[in-house]
Design a protein around this ligand. Structure first.
Ligand code: MIC
Ligand code: SF4
Length: 645
């Protein structure tokens, strides 16, 4: 029986566990990446593990999220990360060099390698045939220390592409169509593998747009084969040496098959407030817009920017619209400057932003009240833009640019002619914004620069004999990490200060939550399905940990967040009968008797007794050998410290 591409790469990297669907496997990690908003924690954790130098083939620390320096905090974090990187063998991509995923694809990614990153859009690397997975900071720290990364052996979905995209239909429309069909829960526990004749018609940046936004499906990762197109891309990046051809065997067996005829696709938009709320322009109807933002790790490649420049050429942005453009990397920005496209954008009235995440994470450019904003980004969760009642639509660069000119949501197929982009034979290469680490001889003399906002990892404790406490919060379905631990320009500078950032935990849903949880001392959170979808931020577990949350009981979890809860030593529980969700109200007193004994004995079903209404609620506590030991120890840091003893 032939193998899928995913199986081939996983098999070459497996170091622990059995190759059986649904069971946990440990894989060797070749590369890691961090960004600054999750990086400070990841490096504090790495330091706490006491490993002097990273053991990966390549680890890179990027500064791209917290670039609005409206106080000392972000700049201090940048210096801290730069100094840790230098000391411990990590390459440091300075602020201004670009968004981690875009730069990693250009300069470091390699087909057939494994990459984990402390950012949920790490699967962008799947665009050149890597197994690239988003993870919590602690998992990345462990991988840097040479430890395996554990995933549930995934189901593998084949997306068979046929045909060719029509003019003005974009790679973004491919992934929006997949989201429309599968939903934000559709990829949980799965790897999405793209195959078929249609693959050849897509360039590397187009493939990367598709794998990037596979994160919104909840998928473990997404991957394209590594073929001649990949080789040409790497050659143009002067990195042909890392090229290897890779594809699935013709007789590979998949768990599911989805067929997409690229020729039949039309321009699409994801409507507020979910990436799977996908409609055609016709279905949405006449929509006046206030803002257009072009950029983010999904759509900021040279190809995307050249399409935008072509549409804007000689025109003026509509008087009621603010257009901002953030090219994804220094390489992209530099090439736009050299070929004149930047001047075209400036001339049309675009507000050019630095090469960073920017508005995507609410670092500036929040829309006006009730403002309608079209964005080429990947997430449109409520409030993420920084404006609570902002109406965010996710669209392709083509639709964004066309609409910026008309002032209304516009189908780009109404544009005249078409635009064919030819990938450059050579990209402009200058890695002068990537600082290499100190040599082994020099590393001891590198001083770590720690600012006053950088506070240590919160205190943890081994799992207690019995959990007896109140329910401090009850929330519904599809709670995102942007609900649990909001981002934005005001809160992001507190990413290295868990006590301070905890004061914002869940405030989007309930302003009183942090205060209430603190006064209860310890508590349990109850939620619906797909709890914790979205980002990889472990702050969504560390802030609850700091606030005394001992267990989270929900209908179902998103993958990275569940792992982050375990890493923080918080018990992840799911209802056996979803209807029991109704049997707990906020404020109820709950008991899980002898929980430590039950977990150590490997029991997967526990009982939560609701003392307030007398109900006995069966819950699942599905922990394997390793995750069980992590929770018993009080989290991954304690577990790793113990296992290093
Ligand atoms: C995001 O897109 O939500 C982020 C900001 O990149 C996060 C990471 C973070 O919260 O720092 C992600 O996707 O993992
Ligand atoms: Fe940055 Fe947005 Fe991409 Fe997250 S999704 S890495 S915030 S550009």
């Amino acid at each position: 029986m032939g193998l899928t591409l995913t199986e081939k790469i996983l098999k070459a990297h497996v170091v622990d566990g059995e190759f059986v669907k649904g069971s946990e496997i440990g894989i060797r990690i070749d590369q890691t990446l961090t960004q600054d908003a999750t990086g400070t924690m990841a490096y504090l954790e790495f330091e706490a593990m006491g490993v002097p130098r990273v053991k990966t083939e390549r680890s890179v620390a990027y500064i791209d999220h917290n670039t609005l320096q409206s106080g000392f905090e972000n700049a201090d974090d940048h210096r801290f990360i730069g100094s840790v990187a230098k000391k411990h063998g990590i390459y440091f991509s300075r602020p201004g060099n670009g968004i981690c995923h875009q730069v990693h694809l250009e300069r470091f990614g390699a087909p057939g390698k494994t990459l984990i990153g402390s950012d949920s859009h790490t699967p962008t690397g799947g665009g050149i045939g890597m197994i690239a997975i988003g993870a919590g900071g602690l998992d990345v720290a462990v991988a840097m220390g040479g430890g395996a990364y554990y995933i549930t052996y995934p189901k593998i979905v084949k997306v068979e592409l046929t045909g060719k995209l029509s003019p003005w239909v974009s790679a973004k429309d491919v992934i929006l169509e997949v989201l429309r069909r599968l939903s934000v829960k559709g990829g949980v526990g799965k790897v999405i593998e793209y195959c078929g004749e249609g693959v050849k018609t897509l360039s590397v940046p187009e493939r990367a747009t598709i794998t990037n936004m596979g994160a919104e499906l909840g998928a473990t990762t997404s991957i394209f084969p590594s073929d001649e197109t990949t080789r040409e891309f790497l050659k143009a990046q002067k990195r042909e040496d890392v090229y290897v051809p890779l594809s699935a065997d013709p007789d590979a067996v998949y768990d599911e098959v989805v067929e997409i005829n690229l020729s039949e696709l039309v321009p699409l938009a994801a409507c507020p407030h979910s990436p799977d709320n996908v409609k055609t322009v016709e279905e949405i109807g006449k929509l006046k817009i206030d803002q257009v933002c072009i950029g983010s790790c999904t759509n900021s490649s040279l190809m995307d920017m050249m399409k935008v420049a072509h549409i804007l050429k000689g025109k003026t942005v509509h008087p009621d619209v603010s257009l901002s453009i953030a090219p994804g990397s220094k390489q992209v920005l530099n090439m736009l400057a050299q070929n004149g496209a930047l001047a075209v954008m400036i001339d049309a009235g675009a507000r050019i932003l630095e090469s960073a995440c920017g508005p995507c994470i609410g670092m500036g450019q929040s829309p006006n009240s009730k403002g309608v904003s079209l964005r080429t980004f990947n997430r449109n969760f409520e409030g993420r833009s920084g404006t609570k009642d902002g109406q965010i639509y996710l669209v392709s660069p083509e639709m964004a640019a066309a609409s910026a000119l008309t002032g209304y949501l516009t189908d780009p197929r109404t544009l005249e002619g078409s635009f064919e982009f030819t990938m450059p034979k050579e990209f402009v290469i200058n890695d002068n914004m990537v600082v290499p680490p100190a040599t082994e001889a020099e590393m001891d003399s590198v001083e770590i620069l720690r600012g006053p906002n950088i506070k240590p990892f919160p205190e943890t404790a081994p799992l207690s004999e019995t959990i007896e406490c109140g329910c401090s919060l009850k929330v519904g379905d599809n709670i995102t990490t942007d609900h649990i631990m909001p981002a934005g320009a005001k809160i992001l500078p507190l990413r290295s200060n868990i006590p301070a950032i905890s004061n914002y935990c869940f405030t989007v849903c309930d302003e009183k939550f942090p205060e209430r949880a603190k006064s209860m001392g310890k508590s349990i959170i109850v939620g619906g399905s797909n709890y914790g979808q979205g980002s990889s931020r472990e702050h969504a577990a560390l802030a609850p940990l700091y606030l005394g949350v001992k267990a989270v009981l929900v209908k179902s979890f998103a993958r990275i967040h569940r792992a982050n809860l375990i890493n923080a030593g918080i018990l992840p529980l799911t209802f056996v009968n979803e209807a029991d969700y109704e049997n707990i109200a906020q404020g109820d007193e709950l008991v899980i008797a002898d929980v430590r004994k039950a977990v150590s004995e490997g029991k997967t079903q526990l009982t939560v007794v609701n003392k307030t209404n007398g109900k006995e609620i069966p819950v699942l506590c599905e922990l394997t050998g390793r995750t069980k030991d992590i929770v018993l120890a009080g989290g991954l840091l304690d577990y790793t410290r113990e296992s290093l003893k």
